[in-house]
Design a protein around this ligand. Sequence first.
Ligand code: FMN
Length: 306
Amino acid sequence: MEKQPKLQTDIGTIRLKNPVMTASGTFGYGREYSELIDLSRLGAIIVKGLFLKPAKGNPPPRIVETPCGMLNAIGLENIGIQAFVEEKLPYLNTLSTPIIVNIYGHTVYEYAELAARIDPVEGIAGIEVNISCPNIKEGGIAFGVNPRSAHEVIKAVRDMTKKPVIAKLSPNVADITEIAKSVEAAGSDAVSLINTITGLAIDIETRRPKLANITGGLSGPAIKPVALRMVWQVANAVRIPVIGIGGIASASDALEFLIAGACAIQVGTANFVNPRATIEILEGIEHFLSKKGIEDIRDIVGTLRV
Ligand SMILES: Cc1cc2nc3c(=O)[nH]c(=O)nc-3n(C[C@H](O)[C@H](O)[C@H](O)COP(=O)(O)O)c2cc1C
């Protein structure tokens, strides 16, 4: 009989029973998937990005299918932190799965305020900070494209909470290791990457953009090689745990990220194609490790031979 490998993974003080998490914005507030999979088997659930107040997001069309992926410009539609804590969290806390909230803001103050509101809430294991949002005080340039503003926003969140902080990095930068090092210096407990890559789709008949927002974020298998390259670079540049995201749709995709240096992974767009993707990826990782006689998942992390 195959020996069960150890899958436990630590992200700061968050203990995950396995490395498979859901990516923000692709898994709603969790309960939407409760009839399709056993949510208690997930390593962690990361919910849709939350703001201080409810947000309507962008006008439609907000999604375009692309070869091997999709472009989205949802515009961070969400119910707001208060409704999440009152209406969604009680159910999520009946599960034996850590719940991580994803937050965003338009100013450093808004991020800090969100962290301060979340800090006393029991049943939230950690905060993932989406820094790919436009900074309205700096002409709409995203916080995450500049090491200084990335540092500033993570430091502001860090100062407001003792909960583990995960900085979610934007790939729309020249050197992602610079940003990773700046958020590590600001006190982030981990980094997750990548968020979507900015893209454009055009309707040649009307010569108009296919998305009302003009540009959108590319996700899905199309971005996996870029994500993998960035995870590998970042894992070699920082000491904090790295969480891999980008086009993961199978156990072998997930294993590539682990070998590149990620200690955990998130499944995003694949949830839309196959709602059982997370569980199938988990079972596939387990099977691979058993078959190879690898007793602890940590023994495969960062083992890329170059
Ligand atoms: C429809 C959609 C909504 C998303 N919403 C968020 C969000 O609210 N906050 C965030 O940090 N990332 C968001 N993302 C980015 C994903 O969490 C993930 O980083 C990205 O899609 C790459 O992973 P994937 O290729 O597995 O989808 C969203 C992605 C999609 C496709």
